[in-house]
Write a protein of this length. Sequence first.
Length: 95
Amino acid sequence: MKFVTAREVRNNPSQFRQDVGRDDVALTVDGKPFAVAIGIDEDEIEETLDMLRRLRALRAMSRMQRRAEESGVSRISSEEIDQEIREARKRRRPA
């Protein structure tokens, strides 16, 4: 993976396009990565975007599971979850 600054992309877009055609490129600002560019074929854009969305969802799920483990929430029983839901629904019902 190559690291390229946003300034380099702005100043030399044709070089950036060549770089992305050969390898994945991490874009940086102030030395910190903020995006990744990957080369694709025109007819693969929807499939590629779908895969990226799935990966993003998996990453979010992994973070939620890790937080649940760290906080102890993952050890709550089904009965406790059901009770919590019932109480929340009672609080939402208009009187």
